[in-house]
Design a protein around this ligand. Structure first.
Ligand code: MTE
Ligand code: MO
Length: 374
């Protein structure tokens, strides 16, 4: 059984698959803490979790500079420790809402395939400088990352981002060995994982083994045949993955974490308190969160909890809260949230127009139905 050495996990996590292990925390817990505790951080594994022995481990930078690979010890001790607090989101977060329009292929994620943590490690740029590589002048088009987790045919999990994007983010990309001040947990990539803030989870390769530059994208299944967007009329008989751009920076999203779908509020309640998250890719900060207690007819502004970051380098989510009046004399109502990022990007109002066969990028207004007994 390739899954016999899996790490132990919190019983609070809600699995969407066991082998490989995939799970999200209870959504109400997400909005409670700005930094998601490590054992509550969502888990997205495509393959068995590799068992890494540090004695045999090196990080290989295939840069033809003649300098040897680095050991874990060298990486953790010979470079300054850099940190970034960032939200990681799976492209399939909130997929379960797309499924209601038409079936899609993928794990049936609710709204919690997203979490936020402080990652610490070595700056990618400083690592490259150690190899005398200047990321601004290196001749290539992509930077490729490979993990130690392998498919039955021996090929590893791999991902890439355009070098242009890596250059923009060069001081913010880190090779992390710590998560929230603890040693990186096995489920999240022990011993090393690349953190590319503002970019989809799929490119932030865990159990990092190799980094190299290439004239083309990673040839992995997940780069070439997955994690891409399509219009709603494309289905499996007419899909052409080569024609679609790989997802990297993510669009603006938000969700109500509390109350959850189907909650029965206090009899005769006149107000409701909503809590949730809002986030946008590319470091675009959240400038406004609108909430409604009548299905989107009337809007109120939620109170944003500052994430301590600046508007164009805002990698962490913004948690928000709102006390808003409930429509009176109605036994049920729909709570809604939508967020606006610093580029004034907004979320689409409904799922139908953004449906796609893989159920990625599900960022429509988030709706939660509650009842109010009289
Ligand atoms: N890296 C490796 N090596 N193998 C994987 O299966 N999954 C990716 C990414 N990095 C994956 C990986 C995907 S799709 C996501 S969403 C994130 O890891 C999830 O990170 P997490 O499990 O730490 O939340
Ligand atoms: Mo993902």
């Amino acid at each position: 059984d390739p899954f016999k050495d899996e790490p132990s996990r919190s019983p609070l996590l809600i699995p969407s698959s066991q082998k490989p292990f995939n799970a999200e925390p209870p959504v109400q817990l997400l909005a409670e803490k700005f930094l998601t505790p490590n054992d509550m951080f969502f888990v997205r594994n495509h393959l068995p979790v590799p068992c890494v022995c540090l004695d045999d481990y090196t990080l290989d930078l295939d840069l033809s500079t003649g300098k040897p690979s680095l050991t874990y010890q060298q990486l953790t001790q010979n470079f300054p420790k850099r940190s970034v607090t960032t939200t990681i989101q799976c492209a399939g977060n909130r997929r379960s809402e797309m499924v209601k329009i038409k079936p899609v292929k993928g794990l049936n994620w609710g709204s919690a395939a997203i979490s936020n943590a402080k990652f610490s490690g070595v700056s990618l740029n400083e690592l490259l400088q150690h190899y005398n590589v200047n990321i601004d002048t290196v001749r290539a088009k992509y930077i490729v990352f490979e993990g130690l987790d392998v498919q039955p045919d021996g090929s590893p999990y791999g991902a890439s981002i355009p070098l242009e994007l890596a250059r923009m983010l060069k001081n913010d990309i880190i090779v992390a060995y710590e998560m929230n001040g603890e040693i990186l947990p096995r489920d999240h990539g022990y011993p090393l994982r690349v953190i590319i803030p503002g970019v989809v989870g799929a490119r932030q390769v865990k159990w990092l083994k190799k980094i190299y530059f290439s004239p083309e994208e990673s040839t992995s299944h997940w780069q070439r045949r997955d994690y891409k967007g399509f219009n709603s009329s494309i289905d499996w008989h007419n899909v052409d993955f080569d024609k679609s751009v790989s997802i990297s920076q993510l669009p603006v999203i938000s969700a109500i974490c509390d109350p959850v779908e189907g909650t029965e509020l206090e009899p005769g309640a006149e107000e409701v308190t909503l809590k949730g998250y809002a986030w946008s890719g590319g470091g675009r900060g959240i400038i406004r969160v609108d909430v409604s207690a009548d299905g989107g007819n009337t809007w109120h502004e939620a109170t944003l909890k500052p994430n301590g970051q600046t508007p164009y380098r805002s990698y962490a989510w913004t948690l928000w809260e709102a006390d808003i009046p409930l429509p009176q004399g109605q036994s049920k109502t729909e709570l809604v949230v939508k967020a606006v990022d610093v580029s004034y990007n907004v979320q689409p109002d409904s799922v139908a127009g953004i449906w796609n066969l893989r159920g990625c990028l599900s960022n429509a207004w988030h709706r939660v139905n509650v009842t109010v007994p009289s």
